[in-house]
Design a protein around this ligand. Structure first.
Ligand code: IPM
Ligand code: MG
Length: 376
């Protein structure tokens, strides 16, 4: 008999700080989804992060790469600890993972969910429903540059931003396909009036690809203007494609508007099948609140849902999103002791709502959960 069981092999990197807490909550929700939606997962725990590095000196080893490569996807908690100098884990692990596995797109929805407090007075969920397509392997993140006369008054630091046609084209094409599915505008966000070389490459790529997507209106905004419009008029945007560093910065602003870093999710997508994609909340390890149960796991739980959507479990992904959003709407605060639930309790709350099969209102507006399987 041919087996029809759907088994997904997941590598799980809990990492440091609040990473393990938000991953534990996500795994509770994942287990509930498995029991409701008829698929199963094989989870491999990977030891990596600050403690592992301090004990072994290991970061992104060939053995680890081979192990991760044998999985269908990676769930990632967070990395970083005051005991490790800034940059070691970020550049030595996270960026290496994105680069080695060619996770070309970092997909980050900026969606204000109903009932979530936003610092922007009068903002409503209908007006804030966009997605950032962040280039994820190039730009200033390539780590190229040099310093001469370091530590002297004559020091010269050069930090390069590398943009390849191939790297730009693949994210622009992805963004067009996403905009086509959402029936929305594609906006290029850059600083082409100043960064003329890179900006021209980005704009000409958008212009050329636009011919293949005649139904998608195209727009352009400078990144500084984007930072003005995002809080004041987010309804101007639907799909926004942008450079790696701009995308890093504007998605923290987006997280603030959508209710905090604890709510914001992301997918680091490999587009050519050459390696696994990776799913992580956009927050860091937050060592200051680690171990207290104050972290909001919803960003990690929504990232887990994006992982399931990517693996073809769209129904489970949509149900997780709806359950998480239902619980989120009841919280008096989106993080910290004021949430009224600990991180673990929130995971259990969302898991048991999912498992109860109780009807929960569908999430209004666009959902990337509908797009991820189709955009592989
Ligand atoms: C993010 C983070 C990372 C980045 C760091 C931790 C390397 O800020 O995912 O947004 O700069 O991309
Ligand atoms: Mg960031």
């Amino acid at each position: 008999m041919i087996s029809t069981a759907r088994v997904h092999r997941l590598a799980v990197i809990r990492g440091d700080g609040i990473g393990p807490e938000v991953i534990d909550a996500s795994l509770d929700v994942l287990a509930a989804a498995e029991s409701m939606f008829g698929f199963s997962t094989e989870v491999t725990e990977i030891s990596a992060g600050a403690r592992h590095y301090l004990a072994t000196g290991e970061l992104w080893t060939p053995a680890l790469q081979a192990q991760l490569r044998s999985h269908d996807a990676i769930l990632f908690g967070a990395m970083g600890d005051p005991a490790v100098a800034p940059g070691i884990l970020e550049r030595g692990f996270i960026l290496e993972m994105r680069r080695t596995f060619q996770q070309a797109v970092n997909l980050r929805p900026i969606k204000l969910y109903p009932g979530v407090a936003t610092p922007i007075a009068g903002l409503t969920p209908e007006r804030c429903d966009l997605v950032i397509v962040r280039e994820n392997t190039e730009g200033s993140y390539v780590g190229r540059g040099s310093t001469v006369h370091a530590g002297t008054p004559n020091a010269v630091a050069v930090q390069e931003s590398v943009n390849t046609r191939m790297g730009v084209e693949r994210v622009v094409e992805f963004a067009f396909r996403l905009a086509e599915r959402r029936g929305g505008t594609l906006t290029l966000c850059h600083k082409k009036n100043i960064l003329v070389e890179a900006g021209t490459l980005w704009q000409s790529t958008v212009d050329e690809l636009s011919a293949r997507f005649p139904t998608v209106p195209v727009d352009y905004v400078h990144v500084d203007a984007f930072c003005f419009y995002l809080p004041t008029a987010p309804e101007r945007f639907n799909v926004v494609v942008t450079d790696n560093l701009f995308g890093d910065i504007i998605t923290d602003l987006g997280a603030a508007i959508q209710g905090g870093l604890g709510v914001a999710a992301s997918a680091n997508l490999n587009l050519d099948g050459s390696g696994p994609s990776m799913f992580e909340a956009i927050h860091g390890s937050a060592p200051d609140i680690a171990g207290r149960g104050w972290a909001n796991p919803v960003g990690a739980i929504l990232s887990t849902a994006m992982c399931l959507a990517h693996l073809g479990e769209g129904d489970a992904a949509r149900a997780i999103e709806a359950a998480a959003v239902h619980v989120l709407a009841q919280l008096p605060a989106t993080a910290g002791p004021g949430m009224g639930f600990s991180t673990a309790e929130l995971g259990r709350e969302i898991a048991s709502l999912l498992q109860s099969g109780a009807p929960v209102s569908a999430v209004p507006g666009y959902s990337v959960m509908d797009d991820l399987a189709a955009l592989r």
